[in-house]
Design a protein around this ligand. Sequence first.
Ligand code: B12
Ligand code: SF4
Length: 601
Amino acid sequence: MTALPIIAREDSRARMAERLRAVLPRAPKTVLLIQPLQIPDEKIDVAMAARKRYYCYPPYAIGLLKTDLGRRGYDVRLIDLNHHVLAALQDRDPATTGPDDIRDLWQAELRRGLACQPDLVGISCMFTMTHEVIGRMARFIRAEAPGVAVVAGGVHVTNAPEIVLNEIPEIDALFLHECDTVFGETLDFLSGRADAQVLRQVATRDGDGGVMLLDERHAPEGAVLDSAPDFDALPLGDYSAAGESGVFRFWRPAGARASASLMHRGCRARCTFCSVRHFNGPGVRGRSVGAVVDEIERLRDERGVTHLTWLDDDLFYEPDKTLAVFQEMTRRDLGVTWDASNGIIASAAAAHPELVEAAAASGCIGMYFGIESGNAEILARIRKPSGLKHYLRVGELMAGHPGIFTRGFLIIGFPGETLGQMRDTVRLARDMALDWYTVQLLTPLPSTEIYHEMVEAGLIAAGSLNTEGEGYTMFSVREGERQRRRETAGTASGLLDALDPAWVPGPADMSALWLMIDFEVNYARVADQRDPARLRKLRAFLADVCDRMTLDNPLPNLFLGLVEERLGDPAQAERRRHAARGFHDASPYWRTWFERLEVSV
Ligand code: B12
Ligand code: SF4
């Protein structure tokens, strides 16, 4: 996969104006905005969809665009193909539903959307792994409605505009970075209501085989940021019945209806593996307290939402304002629970225990912390905004809030990372003692510093999206799912035979390492746990893993058996152990691993 060179990263508005007039409609009136399916048809497992394992977030981005375009007088329709397909799959028989049926589902819904005869279709593309999907959608739109212009916006197209324009000829132009007003201003320009001065954050082909791009930025602030998304007739209150909104389903009140909200844009940090700084620019911009809490109240009253996940990258930025939001939620007695599935910066939580206190009082039931590594040298190299002492402090702090389920993100496989450094991560995770950890393999995202570093080191190819294969590739759903495919294939490596701390494992060693580290930071700790409050959290989590997330995995069943026994339920304990024995005996993969991990079933 090669990127087109950007021939003219030019600031000539006149030329851009001319090109946009050539490829986009004059005086557009009706605009169709699409949240795409987030996984390609053939990668969707229907049984997993029915267990609500795929993400199903409200389409916040296109909701905001509709608010702005509506104010400007455009007729805007929204369709959410991701929700549409996932909701439809809840009632399908996995044995008889295949990729063709999934394709038929999104195509029928897209055809229904096109019936409004839009002048322009806008596709949202957040993720690099959605690249292929948006290509298919653009081709379908071109075939169904040949005269209609197609544009796209979002994080992926911002990170890799030349690759998108090169590989998806059906997309006419791209909108980069945050487009709360930029998209509307461009439509106003096309309609003759604004002059070319408004053009920015837009890319298109230059007509000579290259790409032209106006990258002058305008980051939304103030009243624009305070706007709430207009979700039109989308059935927001039903989204969590079709998939995941936030990752704490097992700890939310039963029957909760989950949605999302946003307090801040951007992040104070600039971790080398993360694309937030490139996308949102430096600094953090926050909404006003009233705008945030009013939005939540309306979601509850008008859409029946009872649980929220924050979309923020830096929720605890502006401690006073964040505190005021939590206090206002408590004062209004909203009765809405919430989680921070995206992660909180540990040093911010450590410096502001009052925020954690107020969070708990305002309905927080789950927090993730971005930890990544337990090795000080790696943390400095990746520019993590927290250090080991912050992590340990957060561990102590959160132990005082047993109602909040705490999780930590860990990453292994940084360039040059040794086994000894990974062991530091295991040690830190154990000392920090959060409730559970998610271990991920490093994914080099286009536009990030680590991506360029790895290209220079020859670890990945320049211009590659790394969406497929066994090396440094994207997570399609969760790393656990990729692991499950390996289990089925029965490929355990002989990694445990080579335990030199100075050894730098390569991509081929990562699947075995992932399993070992997951075992060490999570399951091995269950055996030491005797505190009833912690055990109840583990029971809720592990039951969700066994009954919804991975149905025939002996490890969580075995440890859930232990938890049930400690909580005084011998019948459940035996049921889980029996299941664990069955899954273990049926799988050569797990028999090998149980032996290596020295676990007896
Ligand atoms: C919430 C979130 C999620 C949610 C989903 C949100 C959704 N709507 O579907 C969930 C939990 C599902 C998720 C999952 C993942 N995520 Co995520 N996520 C985010 C996060 C934190 C916020 C996104 C958001 O809602 N922002 C708020 C809204 C208002 O902004 P916006 O969506 O960007 O929209 C604006 C512009 O993009 C633009 N725009 C958007 N669409 C369109 C369309 C048109 C036509 C136009 C004109 C403009 C436009 O205008 C909008 C208004 O300003 C971002 C970080 C970030 N700051 O972007 C990471 C981020 C997008 N995620 C990222 C990653 C890596 C992942 C995962 C791979 C994580 C993992 N390891 O599993 C998965 C991938 C899921 C998959 N499909 O396989 C990366 C993506 C990088 C990349 N190149 O792919 C980001 C950037 C974070 C990072 N660390 O770098 N994520
Ligand atoms: S703290 Fe999180 S969101 Fe901020 S730059 Fe680092 S990884 Fe990205």
